[in-house]
Design a binder for this molecule. Structure first.
Ligand SMILES: [Fe+2]
Ligand SMILES: [Fe+2]
Length: 167
């Protein structure tokens, strides 16, 4: 369903559509992270990807709770944005030979994913509140905080040593 499809008539429809978009995105992220864990050389980076994979699985369950609270079916809709970000990450991974440069490239790719998620969850929290769903907003806020923490952990890893090792 396209974003401007006639199936979206109300703010509530738009909220549910965007929940389904991020639900699909989180599933794609759980498929992409194991490959990044496998390719990461830096132990701190590998560990950060591993812990975010577990966190992402929890975020999927949290979204299922939001769907349930809101009384709609938990299902995904294709999110072309995350497909593009993941595809670009995969192509940079396969094109980068040096393992330290590869770590720097993967941090950058992972931060593009986090920024996408921060944007989506920020919007969803605001819409949930506006639609009179503080219960949903509370759950979505927990995920938003995890995405922000992951983003700043990745910045610390990059600025701490990964970028220097790659230079
Ligand atoms: Fe996520
Ligand atoms: Fe994330």
């Amino acid at each position: 369903m396209g974003l401007f499809s006639k199936d979206i008539k109300t703010m509530d429809d738009l909220f549910v559509h965007t929940l389904r978009d991020i639900y699909y995105a989180e599933h794609q992220i759980t498929k992409a992270l194991p490959k990044m864990i496998d390719k990461a050389s830096d132990p701190q980076l590998k560990q950060a990807f591993q812990s975010h994979l577990r966190e992402t699985e929890g975020q999927i369950q949290r979204l299922e709770q939001v769907f349930k609270l809101h009384g709609v079916e938990a299902k995904g809709v294709t999110c072309e944005a995350i497909d593009g970000i993941v595809k670009e990450a995969e192509s940079v991974i396969s094109d980068t030979g040096d393992k330290e440069v590869l770590d720097a490239a993967m941090v950058a790719a992972a931060q593009a994913v986090e920024h996408y998620e921060i944007s989506r969850y920020g919007t969803l929290v605001t819409w949930a509140e506006q639609l009179g769903r503080p219960d949903c907003a509370q759950l979505l806020k927990q995920t938003l905080a995890e995405e922000k923490a992951t983003d700043s952990k990745l910045t610390d890893i990059a600025e701490g040593h990964v970028n220097r090792q790659a230079a």
